[in-house]
Design a protein around this ligand. Sequence first.
Ligand code: SF4
Length: 277
Amino acid sequence: MAITVLELFKVLPRTNCGECGVSTCLAFATQVIKEGEDLAKCPYLSGEALRLAEQVKGQQEQGVGRRRESLAIALEALQEKVAPLDFAALAPGLGALAGESGGRPFLEIPYFGHRLTVFKDQVRYPPEAAADPWDAILLYNYIASQGAGEPGGTWIAYKTLPNSVSKAKTMARLEGKLADHFAGRAEELRQRSLALGGGPAQVGEGAQVQMVFQPLPKLPVLLLFWEAEPEEGFQAQAHLLLDNRVLDFLDLESILFLVERLLGHLMEENEERPENG
Ligand code: SF4
């Protein structure tokens, strides 16, 4: 039987010390079971938790295998979907450049400051960017949208998008993770945002960090961060807002992945600054 979040939580020290990088043992248990986080990041494992460690690892490995398989299937389906599209005609609408190599059309798409070359059956990454099938899925989804229309210019929360109820929790968890990570370090978040190509904005009332990112040409993301105020009993908070036309360019799942990628870049220690694209 698979170990559940609650079962793991029960055998953790439950002191919420935060040394594993998240603020509560429950959040940590969720990350281990749902996202494959390394259980050993809790330095206080003992007794039953240590006994479960091997089983958790096995469960995580099985999950990775299953995810890889379904990603490969999804990727293939998307490549079939974009195969009949005219890349050259679509390029302007997608904010991309069109080209051809050996008779194979491609689109060069700015993505988190890198320029990725997307053929109909392959994505080529620059040497400094690591390949990930999720990036490819997201890019093919973006191309499949055909870039019709323009961003609407109004910021909205993910949870207000149609049919987002089941996934909105993931977005809230990502926002919580970002807030926990940068609590007490607003200036560091500002500097990292600037290094990642973020532009200062003035939108959220009282937010100490307000940055607009452009991870894909038609997909702006607004980050708002409020610092903790312990004397007032407020924890640090982060919100990630999207353009109201975002679903014209990406599906719900890809949007979450895009936000996760953004967080990964912001929270990565020793992250190098990508070239501006
Ligand atoms: S390090 Fe361990 S005890 Fe501390 S919050 Fe994380 S899981 Fe809980």
